[in-house]
Design a protein around this ligand. Structure first.
Ligand SMILES: Nc1ncnc2c1ncn2[C@@H]1O[C@H](COP(=O)(O)OP(=O)(O)O)[C@@H](O)[C@H]1O
Ligand SMILES: [Mg+2]
Length: 235
């Protein structure tokens, strides 16, 4: 099943074109790495899919429906680049709030499972204003997973995490793949993406420079080397 079909997306901020004729199809079970240097247009694309930004031209379909139809977004969830929530909420109350947004009753959700999965059990009753950046990121990922959605969009999920956190999130992504979830991950942490994703899109200055399966890319060179050559214009 096609989960996302984005055709010829163009998006400008004033006179500046952030996305130029961007197209992408994602099939069920794909783990897609959307890679690109800072300012490439990754977040702009994700926000366009979600209807958080108005595109200039192009078409976006989610689960076979136009993205203009709000119900097209029923089965997706998005972790923004910088997760934030009310500072006076505790970790557990934030998780409960997110679960309620997915119409889950408290007795339907194993909160301890999510707290443990992200290694934030000890933060359970802490207020968000006392959490570090990496701890907030862990909570953001827990909130993203709690609805058990089919299509998961993660914008820089490794941002702010320590090496243990990076490994944990990478393992979570691999376990989501085993559950046949579909993931779109924006990142510039290439070594992690090499292990997680099965498809790659390299975006630079709003233009798709390269698409392929991870296997095709790795037959050529490491992901880091392929990325570097393309971005430096040597590819
Ligand atoms: N609200 C905005 N107004 C003007 N320019 C923006 C805005 N948001 C992003 N941009 C510009 O669009 C380009 C792409 O940004 P973004 O999508 O955030 O890139 P990425 O996520 O790949 O780092 C950048 O050059 C950025 O400065
Ligand atoms: Mg971004």
């Amino acid at each position: 099943m096609t989960i996302l079909k984005a055709s010829n997306i163009t998006k400008s901020y004033g006179n500046f074109k952030a996305l130029k004729d961007f197209s992408l199809e994602i099939e069920s079970g794909d783990i897609v790495a959307l890679l690109g240097p800072n300012g490439a247009g990754k977040t702009t694309f994700v926000k366009s899919i979600l209807g958080l930004l108005q595109i200039d031209s192009g078409e976006i379909e989610l689960f076979g429906k136009s993205s203009k139809d709000v119900s097209a977004r029923d089965k997706l969830v998005y972790l923004p680049e910088k997760f934030s929530f009310y500072s006076y909420f505790t970790v557990i109350d934030t998780l409960k709030f997110y679960a309620s947004m997915y119409n889950k009753e408290n007795d339907q959700v194993d909160y301890n499972h999510y707290l443990k999965l992200l290694s934030i059990e000890e933060l359970r009753d802490k207020k968000l204003n006392s959490l570090s950046k990496g701890q907030m990121q862990r909570l953001g990922i827990a909130c993203t997973l709690i609805g058990d959605q089919d299509f998961i969009i993660l914008d820089e999920p490794f941002s702010g995490l320590d090496p243990i956190g990076i490994k944990e999130v990478k393992d979570i992504c691999i376990s989501l793949k085993e559950k046949n979830k579909t993931l779109l991950i924006n990142s510039h942490i290439l070594a992690e993406m090499e292990r997680v994703a099965n498809r790659v899109i390299i975006l630079n200055k709003g233009v798709v420079e390269r698409t392929g399966t991870m296997q095709e890319i790795l037959e050529e060179d490491t992901l880091e080397n392929v990325f570097y050559k393309i971005i430096k214009g040597e590819g």
